[in-house]
Each structure stands twice: as structure tokens, then as C-alpha cells.
Design a protein around this ligand. Structure first.
Ligand code: WQD
Length: 343
């Protein structure tokens, strides 16, 4: 019996596949490589010394997707596949709704047809309404402010309606805060295409000299030093949270949402200083205007995941930065080798 991982060649997907294989699961990846590189699948094999089946397609191709279920005995699905850039989603909403929502509906239809009714869904803290005070709990109001976040929220609602229509489904909705870092081997990591949108890969690019300086988006927020505060979580802790969620869906029914965060917040300036300490490099930065849509503060209350999944993040902020820096040093061009074509 296998676990199907859609988007398994991606950043969080590849780290999750490593932990699934290490835990003894058989793993199958579907990935269209739109925002990932086939090299990450080779690295998964290298780290675990185990094989993994890979299907180079996406969820829009229903016939190909069905063939995967015909060829394999699938027990449960971890569903990562989806476009995830907030800014891009504002420019290309139809692409985001088609790829993320239609793709998920296709997946659920095929799962239903083959009686595979156990899913862990990659959701996001983006589904929470603006909340500028303290830790966010799973029962907080939900509201999306961009097409990317709306696809995540729509998919959560679709999955809840699916369970209402058929209560033999078992679904965990995992709401990520800010995943960062890399596997301790330095063989897999975050490999954004072009200029990174997110803070840590951008800082890492400045540290290695690929980018001249970091633009700090505002220092007039109501926080300790005026810069944005986020709940950064080590990607391996996040991956291990998926293993706990798979155990949960394999043994229960129902739909449950869980925050996967540390419960701690760090500001942009704190992240710069920690990364400088860990890398020994100076991170040049300039304070600029706020980025539209950014919140001042966003961090998790991870109590529910601890109580119901028996999961908690254990890796600290320095380890996150150290592992991110090691990945950068070992892979200055990400998965693209100097010979391979720039994607
Ligand atoms: C973190 C902090 C920025 C870049 C995003 C998505 C969210 C989720 C996680 C998918 C903020 C500041 C950043 C830079 C900066 N992705 N910053 N200069 O915005 O919290 O969340 O990634 O689910 O959907 O929105 O992460 O890393 O972009 O920003 O000052 O060049 O760093 O203002 O305070 P964010 P981020």
C-alpha cells in the first residue's frame, strides 16, 4: 500500500517524502515540475537509499491521473500540488483557480472512484482573517485576501463538503506558517525560481553574493523593532507533522484543521542578525516601504496539533538558518547544475 504525494518534488513535498520513506512507507510522486526540479527526486533516493515512483504530470490530466491509481495500490494522499505565489496569483487568478481548485476536484473524483478516502491537504495560515494581536488558533475567523489564499480556503471548504456528502472520508487540513531551512544533508532545500519572494531564501542569496542587499519591507509596524514578525518553522519539523497527520487519517474519519507552526515569532531584523551569526556573513539591507498585503504579526497557537497529532516543532531558529545556509553553500544554483538548462 502506498502514499501518493502530489507535488512531491517541491520544497515541502520532497522533505515529506524523505520522512515517509524513512518511516517505511512506499511513496509515489506526481509532479508537473512547474515549480520544482526532477533532481530533487534523485536527491530523495540518495538520502534515503530507497526507490520512489515518479509520474511527470499534473492533476489537470484526468486520464493520466487515473492511470496512476490503476497501476498502484494507494492507501492515502498527501496533496501539495498547487501554485503558491501570492503576487503571481493576483496577476493570474484564472490559472490559480484552474490549477489549484480544478486540480483538487479531479484528484478527489479519482480518489472517490478508487475508494481512496484519506487525504492530508497542504493548506496555509493565509486562510486566516487578519489578526494582529496574538497566537492564531484553528477556530479563528477565515478570510482570504488574494486569489492564492482563496484557492486554499475554497479547497478546505470543498473537502468539508465532501465529508458531509460521504462521512467515510478522513481529511487533515494542515495550515503552514512560514516554512524555512533544509534537510541536514544539504541535498534538498528551497529552490525558488528567479528572485525569491520569501525572506529567508532572499537573505541566503544576499549572504552568498547572488543579490546585493535585502529590502526590508517597512520598519513602522507595531512590533518590537518595527519590522514584520512571523512564525518560522523548520521544513523537517513540518514534514514530520505530515507523518503524524497521515497516521491520523489512516486511523480515523472526519475533517480536522491543524496549525503547523512553532508558536514563536521572529522579526525581519532578528532573522537578519541570526543569519549573520550562523553564516558569518554580513547581510546588507535597506529599509523600504511596506509590501502591500503584509501583516505586522502572524504566529501560531500549535496546541491542537500537539494534543491531537502528538506533534510539536523541535528545531530552533538557529538550526533553521544553519540548514538553509548549508543548502545554499552546497547548491549555489539550487538544483540546476551549471550544465542544466535554466528553468
Ligand atoms: C516574511 C517577512 C515580509 C521578503 C508568505 C506567503 C504565505 C506563505 C508563506 C504559502 C514579512 C518580510 C520578505 C523580503 C522582507 N506561503 N520580507 N523582505 O509573507 O509571511 O508569507 O510565505 O502558503 O502564503 O504570503 O512570508 O517570507 O514573504 O515574508 O522584508 O524581501 O519578511 O514583509 O514581514 P509571508 P515572506
Amino acid at each position: 500500500m502506498a502514499i501518493l504525494v502530489t507535488g512531491g518534488a517541491g520544497y515541502i513535498g520532497s522533505h515529506t517524502c524523505v520522512e515517509l520513506l524513512n518511516a517505511g512507507y512506499e511513496v509515489i510522486i506526481i509532479d508537473n515540475l512547474y515549480n520544482s526540479n526532477i533532481e530533487s527526486v534523485n536527491r530523495i533516493r540518495e538520502i534515503t537509499k530507497k526507490d520512489i515512483k515518479f509520474y511527470p504530470t499534473d492533476l489537470i490530466d484526468r486520464d493520466y491521473l487515473e492511470s496512476v491509481f490503476l497501476e498502484n495500490k494507494i492507501e492515502a494522499v498527501i496533496h501539495f500540488a498547487g501554485y503558491k505565489a501570492v503576487g503571481e496569483s493576483v496577476k493570474l487568478p484564472l490559472d490559480y483557480y484552474h490549477n489549484n481548485v480544478t486540480g483538487t476536484i479531479n484528484l478527489c473524483r479519482i480518489m472517490q472512484k478508487y475508494n481512496v478516502k484519506k487525504m492530508v491537504f497542504s493548506s496555509s495560515a493565509t486562510v486566516y482573517d487578519v489578526y494582529e494581536r496574538g497566537a492564531i488558533c484553528e477556530d479563528f475567523p477565515l478570510k482570504a485576501y488574494n486569489p492564492y489564499g482563496r484557492t486554499k480556503l475554497m479547497i478546505e471548504e470543498i473537502l468539508r463538503d465532501l465529508y458531509v456528502s460521504d462521512d467515510s472520508w478522513s481529511i487533515s487540513l494542515l495550515r503552514y506558517f512560514n516554512p524555512v531551512g533544509a534537510h541536514s544533508s544539504g541535498l534538498i532545500g528551497e529552490d525558488p525560481q528567479g528572485i525569491p519572494n520569501n525572506l529567508l531564501p532572499y537573505i541566503s542569496n544576499v549572504a552568498i553574493g547572488k543579490l546585493p542587499e535585502l529590502q526590508v519591507f517597512g520598519n513602522d509596524y507595531p512590533t518590537l523593532d518595527g519590522t514584520g514578525v512571523r512564525d518560522y518553522i523548520h521544513v523537517v519539523d513540518l514534514a514530520l507533522g505530515h507523518l503524524k497527520a497521515i497516521e491520523k487519517v489512516l486511523s480515523t474519519i472526519g475533517v480536522n484543521a491543524y496549525n503547523l507552526g512553532t508558536g514563536n515569532g521572529y522579526s525581519v531584523l532578528e532573522m537578519i542578525h541570526i543569519f549573520e551569526k550562523v553564516s558569518g556573513k554580513n547581510i546588507a539591507y535597506k529599509i523600504v516601504n511596506r509590501r502591500p498585503g503584509d501583516l505586522a504579526i502572524c504566529y501560531a497557537d500549535p496546541t491542537k496539533a500537539k494534543a491531537e497529532l502528538n506533534w510539536a516543532a523541535i528545531r530552533g531558529i538557529e538550526e533553521m538558518c544553519k540548514d538553509a545556509w548549508q543548502w545554499q553553500l552546497k547548491n549555489p544554483h539550487g538544483y540546476r547544475t551549471l550544465e542544466s538548462p535554466k528553468k
